[in-house]
Design a protein around this ligand. Sequence first.
Ligand code: NDP
Ligand code: MG
Length: 394
Amino acid sequence: MSRAWITVLGATGSIGVSTLDVVARHADRYAVFALTGHSQMAVLEAQCRQHDPLFAVVADAAQAEPLQQRLQATGLQTRVLHGVEALAEVAADQRVDVVMAAIVGAAGLSPTLAAVRAGKRVLLANKEALVMSGALFMQAVRNSGAQLLPIDSEHNAIFQCMPRNYANGLGQVGVRRILLTASGGPFRDFALEDLAGVTPAQACAHPNWSMGQKISVDSASMMNKGLELIEACWLFDARPEQVEVVVHPQSVVHSLVDYVDGSVLAQLGNPDMRTPIAHALAWPERIDSGVSALDLLSTARLDFQAPDPQRFPCLWLARQAFDAGGTACAVLNAANEVAVQAFLDGRIGFTDIPVIIEYTLNCLPPVQVEELAQVMLADRQAREHAHRWLANRA
Ligand code: NDP
Ligand code: MG
């Protein structure tokens, strides 16, 4: 069997590292075409030494030159490229079979779309790309015949519980509802009046998952579940009322599909992203991911609760944005990215995050989307409005 060439966009991040862990377990199946990083050059250099990619991509020339020299000095042939066009090139190169889209945030949209348009097997971790460009993204998948496989643990679980022909329409294949599980994050049981004063370190200390900072804050605010609700609607062509969010603190049931005959199929496992990564890499085969077997006896309990709208306004803002349609989800996403960064920088409190998002959504009535330029414009305008809120506040 010839090896599949893989590009890992966002190799230096949490998902990127887990992806390379799985890839390294299957050197007979996968060869690394390109790895990309943004700020962590030492991590990228070590990854290049271990995986010997044809290309490494960094943000700018000032990073590229020293990395190229260091790699050459040890006899590696890896070529170091830089800039956003280079990200799209290593995603779309005709030699590439699989692209892991694991850049965080809107920065991942253009290389992820490049991979989709080139008809690759695209492993989608970068949910923000799909949230921003929804209909255009899915149309690009259909046009190119790309294989889109979800990495988000919930969506990967739903995919595993869906019948193969779900693209015919959920009603046609007997699916009644999708049950999207959420851990509730670190503040699930926090006193509401204390939420305004929580620190970035507290927000990033997720009880079950180890993840990058941005998604950790999104999990704490439940904007992550809002983005995932939108993601589920696009991936599975579901209406929002067909997706029910259920808080499940143990993060063992990764999501469920409810059928009209009363059957509910769930996917369970230890909370470790190597499971969905290995699933999507090898699908429809199964390969070892390095994740230990689930011990149901030590799990003992599986609890389920309804999400609290007062505690998690971001979830409802996301739902409203999806209902509003057009550019609203791009605006929601951009405002959230600015707000989360401001929170991580200590400029605002945790409870200011939904305030900034709601303000920005009110500033920019949704526009119907015909082309990507409108999405990018909405993203830029939303960032300007959110920054204006921050400036006025200061
Ligand atoms: P991390 O912050 O750990 O990693 C982000 C990656 O993107 C890093 O490689 C980073 O490079 C790179 N990056 C950051 N900014 C830019 C930019 N402007 N241009 C190019 N590259 C950039 O995030 P995660 O791995 O946690 O998350 C990645 C994506 O996967 C997100 O969309 C997240 O929502 C999604 N996801 C993550 C899960 C998880 O368990 N971590 C679970 C489900 C989904 P560097 O580090 O070198 O700066
Ligand atoms: Mg998830």
